[in-house]
Design a protein around this ligand. Structure first.
Ligand code: SAM
Length: 233
């Protein structure tokens, strides 16, 4: 597997995702904390990427620790706000301390191998203070794979062109393969393993870890992910 988007082209990641409704996701989390009556102070955000959610949470008054597997993403995140950013790869968080809320937003969980789900949920649950919430989503992925599709987009720097598809590996995961031409004419190949978890498996894993949960259809309008809001029973 060759992960070049997250490692070498984080700014392109941001450009491709520039239409993403980060505010919607953040509002969902803040409203959920409100609904549970949690005056949250400290947040752990895993898979924080380039920090778009992180910096919004920070501006909303939270003390945020963001962790991600890749320096490329973290370096860009650090240039945006002064949250506490660390490199760590789930299921390890390398994040000491306890948090009022732990979030993993936008398919972070789907970047895990199937057998890493349970240890990751255990690790994240262990970082929760009493009454703390674990909020994360499960992205819908094409379990059977799909055909290569063309994506042409415009960034501030110019046009990018990407052909991407998912290929089943035969071991319960998908390989996401992409060829991208960047606005500067560079071409790179990306290959990443993703796991199409089903919601029932995630629910059962949460229960095994002693977590109760509620399920939401997305963080808001136009979002097709399943969002889990979990807490210690
Ligand atoms: C689709 S991106 C989402 C990033 C960010 N949350 C957002 O919404 O823009 C998935 C993120 O998960 C990170 N990631 C993937 N595997 C990880 C792991 N094992 N541990 C920590 N972060 C991981 C990637 O580096 C990437 O930043």
């Amino acid at each position: 597997m060759a992960e070049h988007l997250y490692t070498e082209h984080p700014a392109l990641y941001d450009a491709i995702q520039s239409e993403w409704d980060y505010d919607r996701d953040v509002s969902f989390v803040l409203e959920t904390l409100d609904r549970y009556g949690i005056a949250a102070d400290q947040m752990l955000e895993v898979g924080c990427g380039t920090g778009e959610h992180t910096c919004r949470f920070k501006r909303a008054g939270l003390d945020v620790t963001g962790i991600d597997k890749y320096d490329g993403m973290l370096d860009l995140a650090r240039s945006k706000c002064d949250a506490d950013f660390h490199k760590a790869s789930l299921p390890d968080t390398s994040a000491p301390g306890m948090y009022d809320v732990v979030v993993a937003i936008r398919g972070v969980i789907n970047h895990l191998q199937p057998d890493a789900l349970a240890p990751t949920i255990e690790t994240l649950a262990d970082r929760l203070r009493n009454n703390g919430l674990l909020i994360f989503d499960n992205s819908p992925l094409p379990t059977e794979g799909n055909e290569p599709a063309l994506d042409v987009g415009t960034t501030r720097e110019g046009q990018y062109v990407r052909v991407a598809h998912h290929v089943p590996t035969g071991s319960g995961t998908l390989e996401w393969r992409a060829v991208t031409y960047t606005p500067t004419g560079e071409c790179f190949v990306n290959s990443r393993e993703m796991t199409p978890f089903d919601d029932a498996t995630i629910g059962a894993t949460l229960e095994t870890s002693g977590l109760g949960f509620e399920i939401h259809e997305g963080y808001g309008t136009g979002d097709s992910r399943t969002v889990f809001v979990a807490s210690r029973n």
